[in-house]
Design a protein around this ligand. Structure first.
Ligand code: NAD
Length: 291
């Protein structure tokens, strides 16, 4: 059994990006720039945006954070996004979710210029991903595929089961792995809350991607010997000692011994998700996808 070390791979990719940024600057161009919009005072959102800013600075990007109070109207926010869309000094723009209830997330995300949509949530970019065209792939699916690639895990012809059908993880990763690519060429089954015989379906899988958000859901009797298990879930649970810890969707201690490869939580998919945003921002700065 080999543990897939997402933290280490993420560190390696960060160095690659930092080197590329140095070359860009040496050629006389400005550093790539990521803008983030944060509305309200949600502590988790605050933490996410701060870590994204830290990541940017570590690889030599510049970053701008636009903070607004809860009371900002949808129109005011949309106006701000239009300003950033038109600002040539900014390459990528993300709006940290969730937004306050009086603001439509859809209206906001559709306002972001798809050329700056480095979260890959705009229909233009989702559509291009579905068609297998160059695009900004959303962070978590991209991170999962990158891990499979960096560990040279054979995916062609394999039965892959994805548990979870969200727009940001389950369905895009299922789509990517079904494409005629490497990694890819899988026979993919998407399971969800209404799936019958989930245990049997999983027990037949060569690759399982658990993205349902139910702590320690995947048990040893649902996994066949030699399977590759990618654990996307992150849940904070209280331990017997009263302390909190992060666990995934996989009961790691009992599943890991049966696997050929497995991602831990933390240090698995999470760090890769953060890296994908940097990859997309670099692509935007280089105008690799759109002019
Ligand atoms: P979501 O709640 O939008 O979707 C969960 C999906 O799981 C749904 O499609 C649902 O049908 C399915 N599901 C729920 N219970 C199920 C069950 N008992 N059996 C089968 N299917 C079931 O969640 P999401 O946004 O896709 O995130 C999933 C998990 O991944 C969460 O724990 C989230 O915190 C985590 N996550 C981690 C990262 C990361 O960087 N590691 C990124 C995004 C999400």
């Amino acid at each position: 059994m080999q543990i897939i070390d997402g933290k280490q791979i993420a560190g390696e990719i960060k160095l690659e990006i930092a080197n590329e940024v140095k070359e860009i600057i040496a050629k006389g161009h400005r550093a790539p720039c990521l803008a983030a919009i944060l509305v309200g005072n949600d502590p988790a959102s605050e933490t996410y945006v701060n870590s994204k800013e830290k990541d940017c600075h570590e690889v030599g990007f510049t970053s701008k954070i636009y903070r607004f109070g809860e009371q900002i109207t949808e129109n005011e926010l949309i106006e701000k996004i239009r300003e950033i869309n038109a600002d040539d000094s900014i390459d990528g723009l993300i709006v940290q979710l969730p937004l306050p209830k009086h603001i439509s997330e859809n209206n906001v995300l559709l306002t972001i210029d798809y050329k700056k949509d480095v979260d890959g949530f705009h229909p233009q970019n989702v559509g291009r991903m579905m068609l297998g065209l160059p695009t900004y792939v959303s962070a978590t699916p991209d991170g999962i595929v990158e891990l499979l690639a960096r560990y040279n895990i054979e995916t062609s012809g394999k039965n892959c089961v994805v548990i979870g059908r969200s727009n940001i993880v389950g369905r895009p990763v299922a789509n990517l792995l079904s494409q005629r690519t490497a990694p890819g060429d899988c026979t993919v089954t998407i399971c969800h809350s209404r799936t019958k015989n989930l245990k049997e379906i999983c027990a037949n899988a060569d690759i399982i991607i658990a993205a349902l958000g139910v702590a320690e859901f995947l048990k040893a009797d649902m996994v066949k010997d030699g399977a590759v298990v990618i654990d996307v879930g992150i849940t904070r649970i209280k331990t017997e000692s009263g302390k909190y810890k992060l666990v995934g969707d996989v009961k790691f201690d009992e599943v890991a011994p049966k696997c050929s490869y497995i991602t831990p939580v933390p240090r698995g998919v999470g760090p890769m998700t953060r890296i994908s945003l940097l990859k997309n921002t670099l692509k935007a700065a280089k105008k690799e996808i759109y002019q």
